[in-house]
Design a protein around this ligand. Structure first.
Ligand SMILES: Nc1ncnc2c1ncn2[C@@H]1O[C@H](COP(=O)(O)OP(=O)(O)OP(=O)(O)O)[C@@H](O)[C@H]1O
Ligand code: NI
Length: 384
């Protein structure tokens, strides 16, 4: 096997706020291979966007990447190492801001966001914005850049591209604007496109069309994608492999088919049960219990224990290791859950939370017991 195109190792990004340190991305590992479409999925607040921004070094104040390494094609986009006197500092190998700007962003890696109106300037024609972007990023003159721009518009399915070239962003529908952004991302022939919920604001039909377009372009250009979404349906439709994030951590990673047919982490199961499916009525949906705890003060042990239907006492104590739990001869399938470790889960008592079957033990009793428990477990398990 060749080296992955992108490797993210132990990435940690924090926001230093007045309320405390937000551990938005807290030791994340994943990979994207050449030409692969990899999903990053999880509920709102899981840290998906911050992870995506960290790869591109686009995290803004009061946020900072405090640890980890991001390697792209052998280059260190991020490389934070401990100095001899114990401080965490960028290594000599880490690219400079200028190298990031001139070599990586928009050239090797492009990023597409949810809201095209934020990325397109309303006062300039759509085609001109695309042309200018191409001129800036490729060694071509204005005329050639315009030809490429029209070609790209056609490529992403804009009808009559030479005419629509002269339209302003507001004259395009949301789906068409998103197509333009994909054209812009592709125009520089990047090796990786990071897409942060680019279809979330679109209606289902238009979303389907954009996903078809992406699958199609991915095959044609062999571009790798990191696709950020909260929607397992989107993952099922386009991704080869998926990483599930919960509260700053990746908790499960597998090929998409394996993830759906041999789900290992209770959080992934809960996410799948909460997802609308054609073979299931809306009433049969089973939303995940409780709310995601604050990333400022994550629960002890397994971070999902406050909402997990299978949570036991041991889950409060042991922080699970993220490791391969595939059976012999099967494709790698990593999970971080103590059910797959040897730390006494089987003999441990079920936790008495809203999410578990044991939730009948008396709310008052539980509250009484909880009052004495100051081990950093917020009130997530007593949510009404
Ligand atoms: N500028 C900021 N200042 C403080 N905290 C932030 C900032 N940006 C993000 N966070 C926090 O970082 C955590 C991760 O946020 P992130 O936007 O990555 O989540 P997400 O998984 O992308 O969710 P969504 O699906 O809502 O986009 C959250 O707890 C969020 O509140
Ligand atoms: Ni996000």
């Amino acid at each position: 096997m060749s080296e992955p195109l992108l490797t993210v190792e132990n990435l940690k990004t924090q926001f230093f706020t007045e309320e405390g340190t937000v551990r938005a991305v807290d030791g994340v590992n994943f990979e994207v291979n050449e030409g692969e479409l990899v999903g990053l999925v999880g509920e709102s607040g899981a840290g998906k966007s911050v992870a995506a921004q960290s790869i591109m070094r686009l995290v803004e104040e009061p946020g900072r990447i405090v640890d980890g390494t991001v390697t792209f094609d052998g280059k260190k986009l991020v490389d934070i190492q401990e100095t001899p006197d114990g401080r965490m500092e960028p290594s000599d190998e880490m690219l400079t801001n200028r190298e990031m700007r001139e070599q990586i962003r928009g050239r090797e890696i492009a990023i597409v966001f949810q809201d095209p109106m934020e990325s397109l300037n309303p006062v300039f024609k759509v085609g001109d914005q695309l042309r200018e972007f191409i001129e800036l990023n490729r060694e071509v003159g204005a005329a050639e850049a315009k030809d490429i721009a029209v070609d790209m518009l056609r490529e992403v399915g804009i009808p009559e591209p030479a005419i629509r070239y002269d339209d302003y962003p507001h004259e395009f529908s949301g789906g068409m604007r998103q197509r333009v952004l994909i054209a812009m991302a592709l125009a520089c022939e990047p090796r990786l496109i990071i897409a942060d919920e680019p279809t979330t604001a679109l209606d289902v039909t238009v979303e389907g069309q954009i996903l078809d377009l992406v699958s199609d372009l991915q095959e044609r250009y062999d571009t790798a994608f990191l696709w950020v979404t909260h929607d397992m349906g989107v993952v099922a439709e386009i991704c080869d492999r998926v990483n599930v994030m919960y509260l700053g951590e990746v908790v499960e990673e597998a090929e998409v088919d394996n993830m759906f047919h041999d789900t290992k982490h209770p959080y992934t199961e809960a996410l799948l049960r909460s997802m609308p499916r054609p073979d299931r009525s809306v009433e049969a949906l089973d939303p995940i219990k409780g709310v995601m705890p604050e990333a400022i003060n994550p629960p002890s042990g397994c971070r999902f224990h406050t909402r997990c239907p299978e949570a036991r006492e041991a889950c409060k104590e042991f922080h699970p290791q993220f490791r391969d739990a595939s059976d012999a001869g099967e494709a790698p399938h990593a999970v971080s859950c103590i059910k797959y470790e040897d730390v006494g889960y089987e003999h441990s008592e079920p936790l008495d939370t809203e999410a578990t079957g044991a939730f009948a033990g008396g709310l008052a009793e539980m509250r009484g017991a909880d009052g004495a428990d100051a081990a950093g477990v917020p009130g997530g398990d007593t949510d009404e």
